[in-house]
Design a protein. Sequence first.
Length: 274
Amino acid sequence: MHASEAAPVGLIGGTGVYDPERLPGFSRHGIQAVDTPYGAVALLVGDVGGRPIYFLNRHGPGHQVPPHRVNYRANVWALWRAGARAVLATAAVGSLETALAPGTLVLVDQFMDFAGGRARTFFDGEGSPLPGVRHTDMTAPYCAGWRAALIAAGEQESAKLSPSGTYVCTAGPRFETAAEIRAFHRLGGTVVGMTGVPEVVLARELGLCYAALCLVTNLGAGLSAAALTHEEVTGVVAAQQEQMARVLARALLPGRPTDCFCPPGPNAVEGAEG
Ligand code: HPA
């Protein structure tokens, strides 16, 4: 458990959240290129009220990288190397129940991983930048402290908000079948998206706190009469992005306690810093 009042934070902007300058109080310092074992990443550096912020677009400039091809390891490694101690991410999600309406923010606290076929660990055996075989605890993958900060900020911004939920991650880039949506709901899922895993897993492997501000953009396939389109998703994001930016900026303001129970990273990670 640690208090990190103005600890540097990495921000990962998902679909429709491309510009940290929309965050009230954000001031931009410049661009920092970070080399990682997985390729170079350009971070936009700034601060909110004195808290250092490192921003990247998950889908790259112009939203050109589909969910299954995002270089998750490079992104998370770059934020960590730059000095971030927590990662906050935004994500567009579909709802698995009609009661959870588009426009709602969900502060998920669990995930289920159906996104096979992706590089999903830094502990990848021989040739990996982190040595050894390591099994990282994932009992409570999302940071309770940062979730609490985002929930409080959302309430202050009068956002429609659900304080917990289970994120089901699919491989994409296709949307789900109606049967898959029914099955995920029966399994205990709350929302469905394509990018939450392995992002959260990689952050936890490095000992970074991680929280996702999920925006419900649509009912899952088969829960509404109309077929699902990417335009429906981006339209709801566009309508809600100012509010998301206000919630994020408020949560990022220094001074808010962010005590949490996230286990620190393994000692091996310290060795990899040099
Ligand atoms: N399914 C998967 N990913 C999504 C959805 C969805 O319905 N909406 C936004 N991202």
